[in-house]
Unconditional design. Structure first.
Length: 164
């Protein structure tokens, strides 16, 4: 199962990197609009909180122990939270910068608001996919390493009885 451990580490590193990118890009936007009403920034605040929680859990669960695979329900819930953040950001963009996945005209020079938002949306989606893959890997690992319980087959032998 070294392959599962290696894949888990790769997924956790990707989750950490994607969450850090989203937190950085989104945090830059939040710091530029400090005087705005918090109700208007609810989507961005939610995305920033999800990114912060994901950074914490990706660091904690990065170490390759077999116990890290049993967290698949939390991985699935975090994946759903990322998909919600993705949907909220896509709805907030509302076609103001063209189609969400239209990457023509993206540049590093000039105003980067559209480029920044499209990158934030893309990395939020990639993070959701990585957390979902981590949950699927956890389900696979748990199913593979749990023995089926059958009342007739697995009986505990008393320690004082002879083997004869």
């Amino acid at each position: 199962m070294i392959l599962a451990d290696l894949l888990s580490i790769i997924l956790r590193l990707a989750e950490l990197a994607f969450a850090a990118i989203v937190a950085g890009l989104n945090g830059d936007y939040l710091s530029s609009v400090q005087d705005a009403d918090s109700w208007q920034l609810g989507r961005q605040i939610y995305t920033e909180v999800v990114a912060g929680v994901c950074i914490f859990f990706a660091i904690v669960w990065l170490f390759p122990f077999s116990g890290s695979f049993i967290h698949w329900p939390a991985d699935f819930i975090i994946s759903v939270a990322w998909f919600i953040a993705f949907g909220l950001l896509v709805d907030w963009l509302d076609g103001n910068c063209g189609d969400v996945f239209d990457w023509d005209g993206i540049s590093f020079r000039g105003t980067a608001s559209c480029s920044q938002w499209k990158a934030t949306i893309a990395f939020a989606f990639l993070s959701a996919i990585c957390w979902l893959a981590s949950a699927i890997l956890g389900i696979y690992w748990v199913r593979r390493h749990t023995a089926p319980v059958d009342s007739g087959y697995y009986r505990r032998r008393r320690w004082y009885r002879s083997r004869v």
